[in-house]
Design a protein around this ligand. Structure first.
Ligand code: IMP
Ligand code: MG
Length: 175
């Protein structure tokens, strides 16, 4: 199938995404009033979500970036995750919010949240754009998820299929 013939059905429109993210930003602004937030973007998928969210948070936000890799499907289920890029700040005593694109099996975040928690932040929360609870193999729950979606492979707004479609401004399903 060539690129031009690939049809992508919109699951969540750009307007719906932006509205929900704005609401989350307002909620975070209220909860963290007067406190600096370290907002951690999990590359690459979370980059659109993190940028939109950051723009809706009033107050001091420091942006940091991390990147993990899992070993592909067989090994993800065993929970093996690699840290490819770490942030360059000591989060001890800081207020940290991790922004992730999607929680699927939960393996990536289970690893990451344990790792961050061991660095003794003053507080640690997890927000995600999408939650696919039907696929969960590890017990992990976001403090806030913008949308709960069915067990379908989605692309757009940062999420890829073989590194493609991240630039779509909406969340879609490849037909
Ligand atoms: P988990 O470790 O199984 O929770 O998977 C997390 C990662 O898998 C996410 O951060 C995404 O990069 C990727 N992923 C899971 N589901 C999807 C999807 O539907 N579309 C695109 N990427 C996905
Ligand atoms: Mg990801």
């Amino acid at each position: 199938m060539s690129d031009s013939s690939t049809k992508i059905n919109v699951m969540i429109s750009q307007e719906e995404l932006e509205e929900k993210i704005a609401q989350l930003g307002a909620k975070i602004s209220r909860e963290y009033e007067g406190r600096e937030i370290i907002l951690v973007c999990i590359l690459k998928g979370s980059v659109f979500f993190t940028c939109s969210l950051a723009k809706h948070i009033e107050g001091d936000v420091r942006l940091e970036f991390m990147r993990c890799s899992s070993y592909g499907d067989e090994d993800t289920s065993s929970g093996r995750v690699n840290l490819l890029l770490d942030m360059d700040v000591d989060i001890k005593g800081k207020h940290v919010i991790v922004a992730e694109d999607i929680i699927d099996t939960g393996n990536t975040l289970s690893y990451l949240m344990k790792e961050l928690s061991s660095r003794e932040p003053a507080s640690l929360k997890l927000v995600c754009l999408l939650d696919k609870p039907g696929r969960r193999t590890v017990n992990i729950k976001a403090d806030y998820s913008c949308f709960t979606i069915p067990d379908k492979f989605v692309v757009g707004y940062g999420l890829d299929y073989a590194q493609k479609y991240r630039n779509l401004p909406y969340i879609g399903v490849i037909e």
